[in-house]
Design a protein around this ligand. Structure first.
Ligand SMILES: *Cc1c(COP(=O)(O)O)cnc(C)c1O
Length: 230
């Protein structure tokens, strides 16, 4: 059976197994279900199966998805949900999603932190770090982490940890990136490390992930986007 075959419940079970087999203590590693491009009905199914951490990448899609999912699930479930924003952040999109976001995972510069502080004072954030040096990866450079963390704190934001997208390449290169993120988080005494996706979550868990962001392994392949939601 393909890794994305079976029912949603089966796929969710397999993701939890992968986390545990990689040494992840379920009490330490939280699964964040990445729901971009996933219809609200499917997301509501995931919620019914116990997924409470949900992540979106595009502001407009998030606003619509949150409303649609909330209309489908019960009031208690609505209260239990935590929506994460994981996409590239533009200042003009912050206002749109500010009422919905529980954790901003992709803060990579102070102009964005300032806008979040203005629209959602005291919000919880992660600082996204480019651990591979590749231009295609979002995030600040490792050498900038201290400045962004301190600056965000000065703005009154609650900096909970760091986030990265895994490097491309062989396992050793991917691991090295995750290890760098963990070291940076330790150095700045930050508890949360958001790293690992469908393809590399084992490596991330082994390197100390506390949040893994999984889309494809739960919901199946996405369409190829051409700048959707920008
Ligand atoms: C889409 C996305 C994910 C999920 O990726 P999968 O490979 O589908 O698990 C995780 N993190 C970020 C930042 C994403 O944009």
């Amino acid at each position: 059976m393909s890794p994305t075959g079976g029912t949603l419940a089966e796929r969710l079970g397999r993701v939890h197994e992968r986390i545990e087999r990689a040494g992840g203590d379920p009490a330490r590693v939280r699964l964040v279900a990445v729901t971009k491009q996933v219809p609200a009905e499917r997301v509501a199914e995931a919620v019914a199966l116990g997924c409470v951490d949900l992540a979106e990448s595009y502001a407009q899609e998030m606003v619509e998805k949150v409303a649609a999912v909330e209309a489908l699930v019960g009031e208690d479930e609505v209260r239990s949900l935590r929506w994460h924003f994981i996409g590239a952040l533009q200042r003009n999109k912050v206002r749109l999603v500010a009422p919905d976001v529980a954790l901003w995972q992709s803060v990579d510069r102070l102009s964005v932190a300032a806008e979040i502080a203005r629209r959602a004072p005291g919000a919880s954030v992660l600082v996204q770090v480019n651990v591979s040096g590749a231009d295609t990866q979002g995030g600040c450079r490792p050498a900038q982490v201290g400045a962004v963390v301190e600056g965000a704190r000065d703005l009154g934001l609650e900096v909970r940890g760091l986030m990265c997208i895994g490097a491309r390449g062989d396992d050793e290169a991917v691991r090295a990136g995750f290890r760098l993120l963990r070291e940076l988080a330790d150095r700045h005494e930050l508890p949360e490390r958001s790293m690992g996706m469908s393809g590399d979550l084992e490596l991330a868990v082994a390197e100390g992930a506390t949040l893994v962001r999984v889309g494809t392994a739960l919901f199946g392949p996405r369409r190829v986007t051409t700048g959707m939601g920008k």
